[in-house]
Design a protein around this ligand. Structure first.
Ligand SMILES: C[S@@+](CC[C@H](N)C(=O)[O-])C[C@H]1O[C@@H](n2cnc3c(N)ncnc32)[C@H](O)[C@@H]1O
Length: 236
């Protein structure tokens, strides 16, 4: 039943009543809630600080942001070439990421993925971004560390919502040619380098989309390869 509801409403922005209904259904028919994880983001650097510091240290010239919303991050970033895409607001290009990748082939030093937070779209955004990321470039992904079951559940019912971005990131952790870390800051910043994976995740998972929050709750340190910002700066 829950699957049916999730599929039916995955693409629509749920009204308040509908969100309540979905929450009730989740409570009784969905995954058991193991409780919240406190990542203590409040005391950690913001995505603005992290992205800008990486650009400065690496002397990067080009920046692409997928999903710009109200330009909170996009307008903060100083970089020679800046492109931001969003079908609704902010940035420089009014289109979806799929439309952008079909039309443009420019290469970038740093790409920040923060568009539609659904597994299938995030996976597509990652693979398309890797094609246009310079070899010494860095791919960042927002919202990799959800603190609760509902923060990562689809369809969206919460104001603070990360979607199931984390599942797509776990898939990348199993690729021997991608070196992946999650910086413990600002809802979790996934970091992907095009180089040998220094801490390959050795797990047998057929369908990453079917991972459960309980898997994340119990194993997030191992699955996400979590590091703090100071240690990230040592390996970029
Ligand atoms: C969380 S907000 C981005 C916040 C922004 N990156 C920041 O850090 O301030 C997500 C944005 O993704 C956009 N979005 C949704 N679907 C998208 C898609 N298919 N391609 C690109 N952007 C998308 C939404 O319109 C929304 O503005």
């Amino acid at each position: 039943m829950l699957n049916f509801i999730n599929k039916k409403f995955a693409k629509v922005k749920a009204s308040r009543k509908l969100r309540k209904l979905i929450k009730v259904f989740r409570k009784y028919f969905g995954e058991k809630d193991p409780g919240n994880i406190n990542f203590h983001f409040g005391s950690k650097p913001s995505r603005m600080q992290i992205v800008q510091e990486i650009i400065n240290i690496k002397k990067f010239d080009s920046y692409l942001e997928i999903g710009t919303f109200n330009d909170e991050l996009f307008s903060f970033i100083k970089c020679k070439k800046k492109i931001g895409i969003d079908p609704f607001s902010g940035g420089t290009h009014r289109m979806t990421s799929d439309e952008y990748f079909k039309k443009f082939k420019d290469k970038f030093d740093l790409i920040f993925i923060d568009g539609l937070h659904h597994y299938n779209q995030v996976e597509k955004d990652i693979y398309n971004s890797l094609k246009i990321l310079n070899d010494n470039g860095i791919l960042l992904m927002h919202d990799c560390l959800p603190q609760s079951l509902s923060a990562q559940a689809i369809p969206r019912t919460e104001t603070v919502w990360n979607g199931d971005v984390w599942k797509a990131f776990v898939k990348m952790r199993t690729d021997p040619n991608l070196d992946c870390y999650t910086c413990c800051a600002d809802h979790g910043i996934g970091v992907i380098f095009k180089r040998n994976n220094k801490n390959l995740l050795n797990v047998k998972i057929n369908n990453f989309k079917k991972l459960k929050f309980i898997d994340f709750y119990n194993n997030h340190k191992k699955l996400m390869n979590i590091i703090d910002f100071d240690n990230l700066l040592k390996i970029i």
